[in-house]
Design a protein around this ligand. Structure first.
Ligand code: UT7
Length: 350
């Protein structure tokens, strides 16, 4: 009899657990860009280009560049401080730190470790995610899973890149695109029955694309030598047209797939935040989804492509301009080096 009672209790507990599936929601947001600005007019003096060409082909007017000695962890820390100031977050409660970056301060320790030390977060574990421009989206999914599994209640997710550290400022095809910046969000469990949080995602990698966008030197394949430096292997190398073609096709594909999977269409989306790589890629995707311009967040003009920083930076632009509000359905998407791609649907929580 007592045995049956125990089994019945276990079944009730299991049913309750099924009912109360945990959903992770974003409860706080901050960002940071270094103060120094590199405008198109500055670039005109450095390489053979014009303000008009850059604006027309990319939509970028200026980008922010870190001073020498300022690393990805420094931008990350400032983004977290901005988040704390805006949302009054208690950092001592953070349990895990996930950092999306392709410009870590160094090969190791991870940027997550450096952020933990600089912010003196006492109880956290964490790691970096290397996914190019999809670094933030992938980190957000990983962080959400840590919350949804019940393992953690407060997970810090950061996207931070100092692209200027690996840009050849004599190469006009890359130096006009990239900037430095970082953003941070806090993930926590949504309340029972609360209509907020991470709904779903679709992510994909296609490694054949690795050759079209890479920083080949400095890893175990090509450790730093005088030769790797002479051959400029520690700079970004990009076949812009190949990346552009792939990005236009893939951005449309992943956004359509994640919407379809959830029985949604573009009309259900209140706000669309794409990775900011090129204004033409963003508007092509928005047109494909039949999204009116007011639902599409574009801030590439002011920041350029900050790799893992673009999506949280654009989230802040969206919130501050009142275009992303509590209860809105937010669609985020990215395509980046790897190739990596991804799209996620989020019910915005504040
Ligand atoms: O976030 C990671 C993913 N990265 C991306 O998504 C970047 C994707 N690619 C792009 O955004 C574009 O391909 C670029 C902005 C990089 C280049 O724009 P494009 O319209 O694809 O230009 P293009 O490479 O087809 O070059 C057109 C012309 C060429 O001259 P010719 O051969 O027609 O005489 C280039 O040499 O423009 C020239 N060009 C420039 N002219 C002035 C290339 N860069 C510049 C420049 N200023 N900065």
């Amino acid at each position: 009899m007592a045995q049956w009672a125990t089994i019945a209790t276990l079944l009730v507990m299991e049913t309750c657990e099924l009912k109360t599936k945990i959903r992770a929601k974003i409860t706080a947001l901050g960002s940071f860009v270094p103060p120094r600005i590199l405008s198109n007019f500055d670039l005109e003096k450095m390489v053979s280009t014009t303000n008009e060409w850059i604006l027309e082909r990319t939509g970028i007017r200026e980008r922010h560049i870190a001073d020498p000695g300022v690393a990805a962890s420094d931008l990350a820390v400032e983004a977290v401080r901005d988040m704390v100031a805006r949302h009054n977050v208690d950092l001592s409660m953070i349990e895990a730190i996930v950092v999306g970056t392709v410009t870590p301060d160094m090969m190791y320790p991870s940027t997550a470790c450096l952020v933990q030390k600089k912010l003196a977060i006492p109880q956290a574990w964490g790691f970096d995610v290397s996914a190019g421009c999809s670094g933030f989206i992938y980190s957000l999914t990983v962080g959400a899973k840590l919350v949804e599994s019940g393992a953690h209640k407060k997970v810090l997710v950061i996207g931070a890149d100092v692209n200027s550290s690996m840009i050849d400022y004599t190469d006009r095809t890359t130096c006009i695109i990239f900037g430095d910046g970082a953003g941070a969000v806090l993930l926590e469990p949504a309340e029972d029955g609360e209509e907020a949080g991470m709904i779903d995602f679709i992510h994909q990698i296609e490694g054949y694309g690795g050759e079209y966008l890479k920083m080949p030197g400095g890893g175990s394949l090509h450790p730093a030598t005088h030769e790797t430096i002479d051959q400029k292997m520690h700079f970004v190398h990009q076949d812009g047209q190949q990346v552009f073609k792939y990005a236009v096709k893939k951005m449309a594909e992943v956004t359509e797939r994640v919407l379809e999977k959830n029985g949604l269409t573009g009309t259900d989306v209140d706000c669309f935040i794409s990775h900011q790589a090129n204004k033409r890629i963003i508007t092509a995707t928005a047109d494909r989804l039949k999204l009116p311009r007011e639902k599409v967040i574009i801030n590439i003009e002011d920041f350029g492509n900050t790799t893992a920083g673009t999506i949280p930076l654009a989230m802040k632009t969206a919130v501050d301009s009142g275009r992303l509000k509590k209860g809105d359905t937010l669609l985020i998407a990215s395509v980046g080096a790897g190739f990596t791609s991804g799209a996620s649907i989020i019910k915005w929580a504040f």
